[in-house]
Design a protein around this ligand. Structure first.
Ligand code: FE2
Length: 432
C-alpha cells in the first residue's frame, strides 16, 4: 500500500516530471510521470494521500551541519555584542550561563526547531556546551533529541566552549556528556591557552573518539590569525588513528589568511585523511575581520579550492539570534546565498555545489544512512516553490510541503504578489 504519492515532481537532472511513491516511511519507487490517465488514476486511488507538486522542485531535506541549539534565541541576554567579535560573544555567553534554566533553554531550542522544520531542515548537528558543571544544556538537548525524534534528527556534539584544557575539569565534563549519550566529540583548539595546548587537546580528543568509536567535529582555527594551523594537527591525528571520513573541521576561517604555498601542501593532506569541512558563511562573514581596518578580510575557508581537491564541504547556520549572530530564521538557503557571494561561487555549477553543501554533502559529513530521493531512502523531502537548485538559492522560496517519513509535517502558502497597474492585476512570483 502506498501511503503517499507525490506527483509532478521536478527532480534534479531529470527532464520529465516524476512520481515518488512512499510506503511505511520509506521511498518505494521514483518513476517518470505516468502518461496513461487510467494507470495514473489507479495509482492515485491506491495511495492513501496524493500531493501534486505542480512541477516544483523536490529535494531531500536540508541539513544544518553546524548549529548551537543551546544558545539560540537568547539575543540581548544579558546584553548585546557591541564589538561583534567571537571573543565578546564568548564573554556574553559566560555572563548568561549562571542564570540559564532547564526550562528556558529547552523552550528556546524547541521554538527554534519549529522554525527549522518550517524551513525544511530535518537534520541538525548541534554543538552543546559542556563547560557548565551541571551539564544542564546537555540534558536539555538529549531530552529534545528523543522527544522530537519523529520529526527531526538531532546529532549532538560535546563542545567545550571554554577549552577542554583551559577550563578546570574540562575533559572530565566532556567525557561525562559522552557517557550521557552525546554523539560526537567536539573541541576548540584555537581557544586553548597556547598553540601547544591546542595541539594537545586535539590529540586527547581524537584518541577519546577512537576509543569510543565516535565521530569528531571541532571548532577549528576560527580566527583571522594565519598562523592558527590546528587543522594540520587535526588532519594528522585523523590519519594516525584511522578516523578517515569521521572527522570534521568546523569554521577553518584562518585558512582565508594563510599563505597560499602552505595551503597547497595542506589540502592534499586533508583529502588523504578524508576530512569533512564545515563552512559557516553567515556568521563568519559577520564575525571575522573585526580587527581589520581596510581592506577587511572575509574570513571564510577556501571552499572552491577544497571542492577542487575533492574534500567534502558542507555548510552550517551556526547561530540564530544569540551572542554571536543577531539575525536569521534558520534558512539554509540564506546560508548558501551568502556563500555564493562571499566565496565567489555564483557560477551555475558552483551554485549547484552550494545547494549540495546544505543537502547531500551534509549527509556525508554526518555519516547519515538512508538519506536521499532513491528507493529505500527515508521518505523525507521538501517541495520548494522553485524549479531548480539555482532558483532555490536566488529566491529562498516557500517550503510548500515538508515531508517526514511519508507524512506532511509542515505546509506553507505560495509566496506570490498581486501588483495592480491601473485596472490590470499582475501576478508576480519573481520568476522570469
Ligand atoms: Fe559554532
Amino acid at each position: 500500500m502506498i501511503d503517499l504519492l507525490v506527483v509532478n515532481a521536478k527532480l534534479h537532472n531529470k527532464n520529465q516530471l516524476m512520481q515518488i511513491a512512499c510506503s511505511q516511511g520509506k521511498i518505494l519507487e521514483v518513476s517518470p510521470k505516468i502518461h496513461d490517465a487510467d494507470a495514473s488514476m489507479a495509482l492515485q486511488t491506491q495511495a492513501r494521500k496524493t500531493i501534486d507538486a505542480q512541477g516544483y522542485f523536490v529535494t531531500p531535506p536540508f541539513i544544518d551541519s553546524h548549529f548551537h541549539l543551546d544558545t539560540t534565541l537568547s539575543l540581548g541576554l544579558p546584553r548585546l555584542n557591541q564589538s561583534g567579535t567571537l571573543l565578546e560573544g564568548i564573554k556574553i555567553w559566560g555572563e548568561l550561563k549562571p542564570s540559564l534554566t532547564h526550562e528556558t533553554v529547552k523552550a528556546r531550542a524547541k521554538q527554534l526547531l519549529n522554525w527549522s522544520i518550517a524551513k525544511g531542515n530535518l537534520v541538525i548537528r548541534s554543538h552543546v556546551d559542556t563547560s557548565n558543571e551541571s551539564l544542564m544544556a546537555v540534558d536539555v538537548l538529549l531530552e529534545l533529541r528523543n522527544e522530537m525524534r519523529e520529526f527531526i534528527d538531532l546529532q549532538l556534539v560535546a563542545f567545550p566552549q571554554d577549552g577542554v584544557l583551559r577550563s578546570k575539569n574540562g575533559m572530565a565534563r566532556l567525557t561525562c556528556a559522552l557517557d550521557k549519550g552525546v554523539d560526537v566529540v567536539g573541541g576548540i583548539p584555537h581557544f586553548e591557552r597556547t598553540m601547544a595546548d591546542g595541539q594537545a587537546s586535539i590529540r586527547l580528543l581524537c584518541e577519546l573518539a577512537e576509543q569510543r568509536g565516535l565521530m569528531v567535529d571541532m571548532h577549528c582555527d576560527e580566527s583571522d590569525d594565519p598562523h592558527s594551523r590546528h587543522i594540520e594537527t587535526l588532519t594528522f591525528e585523523t590519519q594516525r588513528l584511522g578516523l578517515q571520513g569521521r572527522v570534521a573541521g568546523s569554521h577553518l576561517t584562518s585558512m582565508h589568511s594563510m599563505d597560499t604555498y602552505y595551503v597547497s601542501k595542506l589540502l592534499p593532506l586533508m583529502a588523504e585523511a578524508k576530512m569533512n569541512c564545515i563552512c559557516n558563511p553567515l556568521v563568519n562573514m559577520s564575525i571575522q575581520g573585526r580587527h581589520d581596518t581596510y581592506p577587511k578580510r572575509r574570513g571564510l575557508m577556501r571552499v572552491p579550492e577544497l571542492l577542487a581537491a575533492r574534500i567534502n564541504v558542507s555548510l552550517g547556520h551556526d547561530d540564530v539570534m544569540d551572542p554571536w549572530y543577531p539575525m536569521g530564521t534558520h534558512d539554509m538557503l540564506e546560508v548558501a546565498h551568502m556563500g555564493a557571494h562571499a566565496l565567489h561561487m555564483t557560477g551555475v555549477d558552483q551554485q549547484a555545489a552550494l545547494f549540495d553543501a546544505v543537502t547531500t554533502n551534509g549527509a556525508k559529513t554526518l555519516n547519515l544512512e538512508n538519506y536521499g530521493l532513491e528507493p529505500g531512502c527515508n521518505a523525507d523531502m521538501v517541495i520548494l516553490q522553485a524549479s531548480s537548485k539555482q532558483e532555490a538559492i536566488r529566491l529562498h522560496p516557500a517550503r510548500l510541503f515538508v515531508i517526514r517519513r511519508g507524512k506532511v509535517i509542515s505546509r506553507m502558502e505560495k509566496a506570490n504578489a498581486t501588483v495592480t497597474i491601473g485596472t490590470e492585476n499582475v501576478n508576480v512570483d519573481f520568476c522570469p
